[in-house]
Design a protein around this ligand. Structure first.
Ligand code: UD1
Ligand code: CA
Length: 456
């Protein structure tokens, strides 16, 4: 049985009050539509068709790299019309899974169950995903007969007062045999309150054709919750973040407060990790055993070795940190930073494309760019590597055991040899040989004859 996925994403999303198409608004750092596509692709469909209308080019740029194809829907005439746009590209013996681009959290497992249900009994061919809500306002209602068999879906605007009491609603997500959709879709009319071609009309058609309608409910209503405005997006974000936080707690990661933790990507963790409040973890991050993260840290695409401590308000981006390092508070490790075992980077230190060797320290107010620092080096407070002449970037090498006095400017390209010492306040423009002392600063003069100015 081949599977074809159709994701509806043509709507404008007026209530987002945004220039960005609704389905591209991020949830946990990733466009809602990408969540839907990624889950769907776990089912290995033959094709993933995205129905696009509003800002189609923008949507296409995002989904094309994922291997999905965009199908234009020039006019948004309704959900039934939207699905029909993709049907010419779908094999007649396939099963079709219909998803919404603004319903980001349907798990692949639920999609799989629904798809299986659509293909199951002899009389089958249609499976819908429903959910029971306290407030069903605005949704299509699931109308059942006395035996409880599904009869139809009636949209809120078309429902009578009795139907409006129904709490079981249509999530919009369904699976059906393509052959049945091909038979039903052309017969849908738009004689309803909204003058739209409702996909939901196929349910009554299935009943008329004697086809059993299978149905399924999600474990959590948030899994099928659609986003129409920013309030709903923010609510869904918090729910999703809480789920991720709970999973980490179950995996043995201690979060100081699971409500103040954000994961926008993938986090792999060892044992006995502690994460204080307001951490933002982005991209691909790996934390080894015993890592401690202080409050307000932002860590993106990084590997943090065992026993490393990251103190408050530190920012780490595309860096590789070995074991038992100390970072922060207020450190900024930019792309290409590598810290070897036991290295220390303290407050107001910025590094970029820089390697800090084993046990080396840059504890206060320093910029290290395009620099290779050996082992056991001490970088004094206020040291700056001058790596940029306004046009090109140059490299600084500081070899094992060197000592850089405070407030030194090291003008690259330059090498400071092993065991060398740079006197405080120096501007180093020439290489320093191993074990030499380099002092490059104005000589101090004390003038005994000097008289203080007096007020005129
Ligand atoms: C739809 C369902 C309703 C269900 C609800 C769940 C129909 C007729 N109604 O109503 O039963 O309870 O979703 O949220 O299906 N879209 C297109 N092209 C179109 C029309 C819509 O791509 O021509 C897309 C929209 O961008 C959106 C999705 O389909 O992502 C749903 O459309 P929307 O108009 O929001 O449907 P509802 O009125 O919410
Ligand atoms: Ca909607």
């Amino acid at each position: 049985m081949s599977l074809e996925v159709i994701i509806l994403a043509a709507g404008k999303g007026t209530r987002m009050c945004s220039d960005i198409p609704k389905v591209l608004h991020p949830l946990a750092g990733k466009p809602m539509l990408v969540h839907a596509v990624e889950q769907a692709q776990k089912l290995m469909p033959t094709h993933t068709h995205i129905i696009v209308g509003h800002r189609a080019e923008q949507v296409e740029t995002v989904v094309k790299p994922l291997g999905a194809t965009c199908v234009p829907q020039e006019q948004q005439l309704g959900t039934g019309h939207a699905v029909a746009q993709a049907m010419p590209m779908v094999e007649n013996d396939a099963t079709v899974l219909v998803l919404y681009g603004d319903v980001p959290l349907v798990p692949a497992t639920l999609m799989q169950q629904l798809t299986r249900l659509a293909g199951q009994p002899k009389q089958g061919g249609l499976a819908i995903l429903t959910v029971t809500l306290n407030d069903a306002t605005g949704y299509g209602r699931i109308v059942r007969d006395n035996q409880g068999a599904i009869q139809a879906i009636v949209e809120h605007k078309d429902a009578n007062s009795e139907q409006l009491q129904i709490k079981e609603i249509n999530t919009g997500i369904l699976a059906a045999k393509a052959s049945l959709l091909n038979a039903w879709l052309p017969r849908i009319e738009s004689n309803n309150a909204q003058g739209e071609i409702y996909l939901t009309d196929i349910v009554a058609m299935a009943v008329a054709d004697g086809i059993d309608i299978n149905h399924l409910q999600p474990e959590f209503p948030q899994q099928t919750q659609g986003v129409n405005d920013r309030v709903q997006l923010a609510e869904l974000e918090r729910w999703y973040q809480r789920q991720q936080a709970n999973q980490l707690l179950r995996d043995g990661v201690q979060l100081a407060d699971p409500a103040r933790f954000d994961l926008r990507g993938e986090l792999t963790t060892g044992s006995d990790i502690y994460i204080d409040i307001n951490a933002i973890i982005e991209g691909k991050v790996q934390l080894e055993d015993g890592v401690h993260i202080g409050p307000n840290c932002h860590i993106k695409d990084a590997h943090i070795g065992a026993g490393t401590k990251i103190l408050a308000n530190s920012v780490i981006d595309q860096a590789k940190i070995a074991q038992h390092c100390n970072i922060g508070p207020f450190a900024r490790l930019r792309p290409g930073t590598v810290l070897e075992d036991g290295a220390k980077v303290g407050n107001f230190v910025e590094t970029k494309k820089t390697l800090l060797g084993k046990g080396s320290k840059a504890n206060h107010f320093t910029y290290l760019g395009d620099t290779v620092v050996g082992e056991r080096v001490n970088i004094g407070a206020g040291t700056i590597t001058c790596n940029y002449d306004g046009v090109n970037k140059f490299k600084t090498i500081i070899e094992d055991g060197a000592f850089i006095g405070s407030n030194s400017s090291i003008v690259a390209p330059v090498t400071i040899g092993a065991g060398a010492t740079v006197g405080a306040g120096s501007t180093i423009t020439k290489d320093v040989a191993d074990d030499n002392l380099a002092i490059a600063r104005g000589k101090q003069r004390n003038l005994a004859s000097w008289a203080k100015p007096v007020k005129s």
